[in-house]
Design a protein around this ligand. Structure first.
Ligand code: ATP
Ligand code: MG
Length: 470
């Protein structure tokens, strides 16, 4: 049905209304971008080199936007009239890359300057790219997507007005085809062209709108915002590998908490995380608290320059969906531990259909969850063995997260905090106290069925080598 809707919007003429054929030009007196200030000298040298060779070349996209906002650009992109082969011929350190379209990466040590040839908008190709058949159409797509164009075409095919600014580092002039500077001043995320058509061409733009709104603390302009809730289900047709990349950008940019709020507001969370969205309905307070807290911790770690692992994030996003599934299996007569194992396996498998989380992350997700079952069991040598487990830290952090969301664990988090800080003899005392205060060594998971451990261990070995949640 949505496809049909798209057909009626095919005319590229509709795009013209938000772009101009002659750009507004801001001279160096009208903006604060200076080549020596916050701009990578490698990016400057790439632009200069291409210009000397007779091509047009500009800094473009996120870096110009961020510089105007006085933010530190994440990376520098260059747009040029030179074809990828022509670009490569200018640099010794350049490689042509690209699946969706050809780009050139110019390497300077660890820094990569991405150089893209001006392209024209190509709705027909992009429609196919986002159909569920896209994986099989990949080679055809590359050709169709590589429609080169003029600078003006290139401005038109970009997503938001604030991302369609071109900076000529030599003349220190900004070219603005889509009133992007105006929108930066007014702090607005506005699609170029007809919003509905642009979202239909590429539904991932809905996620990008939310990502930039959260990161820049901008509003989504009302015509751009209007169709999102209705079109959000189209995300289901996006290839799962692309969604994995996008979701990492959404949640690992340091603004995950705000991003989550916006995803919910625009109906974009459910198509990405259907099981978690269902848990939000059934158990709203706990689910929201747990996810929010996990995202707030992630944001904080990123702002402190500490590492974060997608595994911890996904473990938190999906965890609230587990209990309901475990209960269902138990109702069918399955004992608790196998039920937990099967529910965890199924939940992750289902999620991977939507978002292709690679094995190197799904394995630690299982390990973090397994730890939740093992951390209560501390008697004898178990506590010390757990401490040595490479997944201990992530499991312990996750336990604290659950407690902060309201999970009742009988002080287990505090116990482990104390245990880590205790001396050997204090530790022995803590273990003795445990067996004295309870004949059982657990505060939750039942002890029978320990043979389930065989399956459990399959997912909890030292196999992944990922950093812990620390
Ligand atoms: P970030 O700070 O996250 O890197 P960015 O704006 O540079 O932000 P990129 O994903 O690096 O975002 O893309 C670079 C540029 O390519 C964008 O600024 C935009 O002009 C264009 N672009 C990227 N994705 C799309 C898309 N799906 N549709 C249209 N244009 C896009
Ligand atoms: Mg970028």
């Amino acid at each position: 049905m949505l496809k049909k809707l798209f057909q009626s919007f095919r005319s590229p003429l509709r795009l013209a209304k938000h772009t101009r054929s002659t750009p507004e030009v801001l001279t160096s007196r009208q903006h604060n971008l200076r080549r020596g200030h916050k701009i990578s000298r490698h990016a400057v040298s790439v632009v200069e080199r291409l210009q000397h060779a007779g091509y047009q070349a500009y800094l473009v996209g996120g870096c110009v936007r961020d510089l105007l906002l006085d933010l530190e650009p994440k990376d520098f992109d260059v747009a040029t009239s030179a074809t990828p082969e022509q670009v490569r011929a200018e640099f010794r350190n350049a490689r042509v890359i690209g699946r969706r379209f050809k780009l050139v990466h110019v390497h300077f040590g660890r820094e990569i300057i991405e150089v893209a040839t001006f392209r024209a908008n190509h709705p027909q190709g992009e429609e196919e790219e986002n159909s569920s058949l896209s994986a099989r159409h990949e080679s055809g797509r590359i050709l169709r997507d590589n429609v080169y164009g003029s600078l003006e075409d290139d401005a038109q095919r970009r997503d938001f007005t604030i991302n369609a600014l071109y900076f000529d580092v030599t003349a220190e002039r900004i070219l603005d085809y889509a009133r992007g500077v105006h929108d930066i001043r007014n702090r607005l995320i506005r699609l170029i062209g007809d919003p509905e058509q642009r979202f239909l061409e590429d539904p991932v733009r809905m996620l990008r709108a939310v990502r930039f709104a959260a990161k820049l603390d901008f509003d989504i302009e009302k015509h751009t915002a209007a169709p999102i809730v209705r079109l959000a289900p189209m995300l289901r047709d996006i290839p799962s590998a692309r969604l994995f990349d996008e979701v990492l950008k959404l949640f690992l940019a340091g603004y995950a908490e705000r991003t989550f709020e916006l995803l919910l507001e625009y109906g974009l969370f459910a198509p990405l995380f259907p099981a978690s969205a269902a848990a939000l309905k059934h158990n709203p307070d706990y689910t929201r608290r747990l996810i929010q807290q996990a995202l707030a911790n992630t944001d904080q770690r990123i702002h402190q320059g500490k590492p974060v692992t997608p595994a911890f994030l996904f473990a938190a996003l999906l965890w609230p969906a587990l209990p309901g599934r475990v209960a269902q299996l138990q109702d069918r007569g399955m004992p608790p531990i196998p039920a937990m194992q099967e529910a965890a396996h199924d939940l992750i498998a289902e999620q991977c259909q939507r978002i292709a989380v690679p094995k190197r992350f799904t394995i630690p997700i299982r390990e973090i969850w397994d730890m939740q079952e093992r951390l209560p069991r501390r008697s004898g040598k178990r506590a010390d063995l757990l401490l040595e487990n490479p997944r201990f830290r992530a499991g312990y952090d996750f336990l604290l997260l659950r407690e902060s969301a309201g999970d009742e664990t009988d002080g287990l988090g505090d116990w482990w905090t104390d245990y880590q800080e205790a001396s050997d003899s204090e530790r022995r005392g803590m273990i003795r106290d445990l067996s004295a205060s309870s004949s059982s060594d657990s505060t939750g998971a039942p002890r029978k069925r320990r043979r389930g451990g065989k399956r459990r261990r399959a997912g909890s070995g030292e196999t992944s080598g990922q950093p812990s949640g620390e």
